[in-house]
Design a protein around this ligand. Sequence first.
Ligand SMILES: [Mg+2]
Length: 128
Amino acid sequence: MALQILIVDDSPAMRSFIRRVMKLSGIEVEQYFEAGNGEEGLAQLAANPIDAVLTDINMPVMDGEEFVRKMRADGAHQSTPVIVISTDATTHRIQTMQELGAVGYLQKPFGPEQLRNELDRVLGVGHE
Ligand SMILES: [Mg+2]
């Protein structure tokens, strides 16, 4: 199953790192979409068939919390899997994002195996 992945992070270097790690993880991706903040992320979601979202929390304009909140409020994206990728992995922060509907959490820095495990877990499919 080739995936359409949306990466939302204000750092272009981090977005390209995530793409490289995805490639190393062996997960088959059909197409990447990218956004530099939540507002751009919502625009990408509205325009493209996204299978899963990887999002940062700390971003200018619209942060990850507001992004996921607005995304969940939109009927079309109530069940699209969201994995949070952040340096901020305090219990409180993780809990808040889970309450908003994030199903996965990766703390930066992370490697291919962790990313793959998290994607396999939230998508519930094998990517062998
Ligand atoms: Mg950031």
